[in-house]
Write a protein that binds this ligand. Structure first.
Ligand SMILES: [Zn+2]
Ligand SMILES: [Zn+2]
Length: 389
């Protein structure tokens, strides 16, 4: 096993220059969700050149792909993201995620040849805005896999991720316009209904679990100060640690809006977003393997995140279907925040490149652990089944 691990490390080092170049090329050509045409083309071309069979446009998503090598069990997927953020470019470092996945996939070929199993690099577009993996999960992209892994760049090294279930809510109030000074009694104020809703949600927030989140913005607050606003609109996101609590909170949030509608006389319309992110279930056996492998490369890796920074990710939906991990690899100092211009810079830096190569090595070494130890694969499955009982 140690020999195999040394060989996957050598393989990634042999591809070091090409992987870094690929990452920088994607970084300097940022593409938004579902428009990652060039990134998907470059990644799949590189995989094909290195012996993978590639299916492009899977799940009826033109920039999604599945690259596979080898046959049979265990079927180990490494997921790639490659979408950028509006204006900020690769400020979430998805250029590193995708090249890391490609590097780990290519390095795993030799061990799959030797010990059996199959390695899949699955290209999952539009993580940032549309939750591409949620759609792909519904369309069966993650069926028949034994596990799925993906490494995300961050400012610290950790083997597990805390991500909340979440859903977006669009709200509108319809009132009645009137002259705000001459005949206010004739109007129904849709903006006041929205402001009352905010007040009710602020009150509610005191009495919800500390890990839950409710936040929103007003997207329409009226036309002019001398007209009673006949229309108001807002977008909210509700997040919770599990689906049951998310459902409960969703109802309580709607109650805030219906209460404001009753009080103001404005008519309420609302629509929950189609994409619902599931909470992330970390497979601890996979996380431990990844941690050990990353530490053997000289990095200090925590098993659990120390901070209370909760976001949501479409990887959560994958983790409901197959044993999954989404560790973080440090590419910038702690004070740099993700989704900032500084993080975009880090994603093209020397530290970014080092993070990409270390993460690819640790992923490929984890593949070695899995294909050489059928017992570990059984344990990974057992933990997953227990969690879902
Ligand atoms: Zn992001
Ligand atoms: Zn991201």
């Amino acid at each position: 096993m140690e020999k195999s691990k040394a060989s996957v490390i050598d393989e990634i080092d042999a591809h070091r220059r090409q992987l870094s170049e690929l990452s920088l090329k994607i970084h300097s050509n940022p593409e938004l969700g579902f428009k990652e045409v060039r990134a998907a083309a470059w990644l799949t071309q590189y995989l094909e050149e290195n012996g993978f069979s590639v299916e492009r446009g899977i799940c009826e998503l033109p920039t999604a792909f599945r690259a596979s090598y080898g046959q049979g069990k265990p079927a180990i997927a490494i997921l790639a993201e490659y979408d950028a953020l509006p204006k900020l470019g690769h400020a979430c470092g998805h250029n590193l995620i995708s090249t890391c996945a490609v590097g780990a996939g290519i390095a795993s070929k030799r061990v799959v040849d030797q010990f059996g199993g199959s390695i899949l690099v699955i290209g999952t577009p539009a993580e940032e805005i549309y939750g591409g993996k949620v759609i792909m999960a519904e369309r069966g992209a993650f069926n028949n896999l034994d596990m799925a892994m993906m490494v995300h760049p961050e400012t610290y090294d950790v083997a597990t991720t805390h991500a909340l279930a979440c859903q977006t809510l669009e709200v509108e109030f319809f009132g009645k316009a009137a002259h705000a000074a001459a005949s206010p009694e004739a109007g129904i104020n849709a903006l006041e209904a929205m402001l009352q809703s905010f007040a009710a949600i602020n009150s509610l927030r005191q009495h919800i679990k500390s890990t839950a989140r409710i936040h929103g913005i007003i997207t329409d607050g009226g036309e002019a100060a001398n007209i009673v606003p006949a229309h108001s609109a807002g977008i909210f996101i509700v997040r919770a640690e599990d689906d049951t609590y998310l459902n409960e909170l969703k109802q309580r949030v709607i109650n805030c809006f219906t209460g404001a509608a009753t009080a103001s006389g404005a008519r309420l319309e609302y629509r929950w977003g189609d994409i619902r992110y599931a909470p992330l279930h970390n497979n601890l056996i996979l996380a431990q393997l990844f941690k050990q492998n990353m530490e053997s490369l000289g990095r200090q890796v925590e098993l659990y995140p120390s901070s209370n920074a909760f976001g949501s990710t479409d990887m959560g939906n994958v983790s409901q279907l197959v044993p999954s991990i989404q560790p973080f690899v440090a590419i910038a100092p702690r004070e740099v925040v993700i989704h900032s211009p500084q993080f975009a810079e880090a994603a093209a830096s020397e530290a970014g490149s080092r993070g990409l190569l270390d993460a690819a090595k640790a992923l490929a070494m984890t593949v070695v652990d899995l294909v050489t130890n059928p017992e570990i694969v059984i344990k990974v499955e057992e933990e997953f089944r227990k969690r879902n009982d």
